[in-house]
Write a protein that binds this ligand. Structure first.
Ligand SMILES: Cc1cc2nc3c(=O)[nH]c(=O)nc-3n(C[C@H](O)[C@H](O)[C@H](O)COP(=O)(O)OP(=O)(O)OC[C@H]3O[C@@H](n4cnc5c(N)ncnc54)[C@H](O)[C@@H]3O)c2cc1C
Length: 559
């Protein structure tokens, strides 16, 4: 018997709510609890301020983007200042995405908008409800919850997802070590209203003699200043104005702005830690329960959203018994690797901003930085922060069977390809909406052959039609086959970007990752190996096996 709800999500921060939205829209029943009674919109203190392009693309896919954009402020780049002068900058404007910027929006607003969307889907957060314990069996995981009236409730679920933050109870109950350390220095965060709007569409990094700060304009006319606390004063009330003075004076031209008494001054500790595993049988970690790092580059929430996007389509197929349990194994392989990269990258950012570094190293940094930011490194930094090219190539090595003359590889996110203004054709932009996408490049094929091959493809796909978007990319006539979308590529621009100098296909997963491709005029040829690698129907006798080890053996032998 399948227990209802099928999934328990522990923790209703931004990652828990995003996970609940993604599962619910796939028809998976879930329960989301939070031990606290905090309502996001009532919160003054807000942590994440920057949402990056990849997160915004995902927010478009889950239908919250309009609201998010309305409440946010566009930040086009980052300016670096030393001794009152802007010495370098990086820009997000050229990023190949529909959202070539960082959006400044307080985490409380993001959470509030996400929760409204979840409520529209008919799911409500159960607050003051705390996970106390769970036990796992082969089929279920049975959790014990402390309810608002302090009674204990026990219930079984197919899976539990721990989105319960830095001090995760789920991680503790799984006995998963959280490897890493706490940085020695404390950090400060202050927010203040200004006498007039901050005349900048940039986030600013101020590298001063004694310390360094990030100054980020907020949507409501405030600014946020964050940086390592290098002051010797320990009383938070003594140091707030000094922090602001120092940061704004360093920005030279902007120093004639008056600011009001800071509304919020917080001192906090920063960690770099990564869970040794992201999964124990039927229990998963996502978001801060799996990785924490410095706020440099604003990556925490953004990385957690990608965890949720990677995990939920897998869970949905497994719970619907369309895919074997083994499909879940790749979640840890792909997302833990991404977590490692984020922890490493943000550690470098914190070193740059850190006040404890020697004056010589600091001077060197100040000299080298302008040169570095103008080089390829600056573009790379903007791209990495946006996470739009965050990929899983390591999990797809040796699977390509043809040569593709392009920079795209298996495991990459599907790039957004926009033909230049002087070249005719549609942009390539997908909104997967929980589905796989097949891009069929018909190159110079004649329309009779296209219709024949595409019809064969659609017949073969029949049982899985509802799980796939099929898109023909053509420089000639559109195919006359039902349920096939068409993108016109008159000047062969998209074909070239995908290395398709002859007919063939690409398949993308619901999280936008390129999972399969071939060059073959018989489009149907891509389908069989792909369906076999994913769906139980293609694994003879799978359902009749009771034993997990036997099932795993069967999957491994068939892929
Ligand atoms: C100063 C600062 C600035 C930051 N800036 C950025 C930024 O610009 N961009 C960015 O991407 N990230 C930023 N971050 C990081 C970001 O805030 C976190 O990555 C994000 O909040 C993680 O979300 P989460 O849902 O995983 O966890 P959380 O937001 O911590 O939510 C976890 C929830 O789980 C609940 N919970 C815990 N235990 C239990 C239990 N046993 N039972 C039930 N519920 C439980 C808690 O009450 C909580 O509501 C910043 C962080 C800080 C501190």
């Amino acid at each position: 018997m399948t227990p209802e709800p099928q999934v328990l999500i522990v923790g209703a921060g931004p990652i828990g709510i995003t996970t609940a939205i993604l599962l619910t829209r796939e028809g998976i029943t879930c329960r989301i609890i939070d031990k606290n009674n905090r309502i996001p919109s009532n919160e003054y203190f807000s942590r994440a301020l920057g949402l990056h392009a990849r997160t915004l693309e995902i927010f478009e896919d889950i239908d919250v983007i309009k609201n998010i954009m309305t409440h946010g402020r566009i930040i086009n780049g980052i300016g670096f200042y030393t001794e009152g002068k802007r010495v370098a900058g990086i820009s997000f404007r050229e990023l190949p995405t529909s959202y070539p910027f960082m959006l400044s929006i307080p985490q409380s607003d993001t959470e509030s908008i996400l929760e409204t969307r979840l409520n529209e889907l008919g799911v409500f957060v159960e607050r003051q409800t705390e996970l106390i314990d769970f036990v796992q069996s082969d089929q279920f995981v049975t959790a014990q919850l402390k309810m608002p009236d302090s009674t204990l409730q026990t219930h079984a679920y197919r899976f539990i997802i721990g989105t319960d933050g830095f001090r995760s109870k789920v991680r503790e109950l799984c006995a998963i070590p959280f490897d890493g350390e706490q940085y020695e220095e404390s950090w400060l965060l202050a927010e203040s209203y200004l006498s007039r709007d901050f005349p900048s569409d940039e986030a600013n990094v101020i590298l001063s003699k004694n310390s360094s700060f990030a100054v980020v304009p907020m949507p409501d006319g405030k600014i946020r200043v964050t940086g390592p606390d290098t002051s010797s004063k320990r009383d938070i009330d003594d140091i707030d104005l000094a922090l602001f003075d120092s940061a704004l004076k360093e920005m030279g031209a902007l120093s004639n702005i008056n600011y009001s008494e800071p509304q919020q001054v917080t001192r906090f500790k920063v960690h770099k830690k990564l869970a040794r595993q992201y999964r124990k049988h039927r229990v998963f970690l996502a978001g801060d329960s799996a990785h924490v790092h410095s706020p440099g580059g604003g990556q925490g929430l953004n990385t957690g959203v990608l965890d949720a996007y990677n995990l939920t389509w897998r869970l949905s197929l497994v719970i619907k018994e369309q895919s074997p349990l083994e499909l879940l194994d790749d979640y840890e392989i792909e997302r833990r690797h991404a977590g490692e990269i984020t922890v490493f990258g943000t550690d470098k950012a914190i070193q740059l901003l850190s006040g404890t570094r020697s004056p010589i190293r600091k001077s060197l940094t100040n000299m080298i930085l302008p040169w570095l930011m103008k080089s390829h490194f600056g573009t790379q930094l903007a791209t990495n922060m946006s996470q739009i090219l965050s990929h899983y190539r390591h999990n797809f090595s040796q699977q390509d069977t043809h040569y593709f003359n392009c920079s795209i590889e298996l495991g990459d996110p599907l790039p957004r390809v926009v033909p230049p203004i002087d070249i005719a054709g549609d942009p390539l932009k997908l909104q997967p909406n929980g589905k796989f996408s097949v891009l069929i490049f018909t190159a110079n094929m004649n329309s009779h052959e296209v219709n024949k091959q595409l019809s064969k493809f659609m017949v073969a796909l029949d049982k899985y039609k509802s799980l796939f978007n099929v898109i023909q990319i053509t420089n000639k006539q559109a195919a006359n086959v039902p349920n096939v979308e068409v993108i016109h590529d008159n000047a062969y621009f998209i074909h070239k970007a995908f290395g398709m100098d002859e007919p063939g296909s690409y398949i993308c997963r619901p999280d936008g990752i390129i999972a399969h491709r071939n060059k073959c005029v018989e489009f149907v040829s891509i389908l069989n190996p792909f369906l076999k690698s994913l769906f139980i129907r293609y694994l003879p006798n799978y359902s009749s096996l009771n034993n997990t080890a036997e099932k795993t053996k069967l999957v491994v032998n068939n892929v």
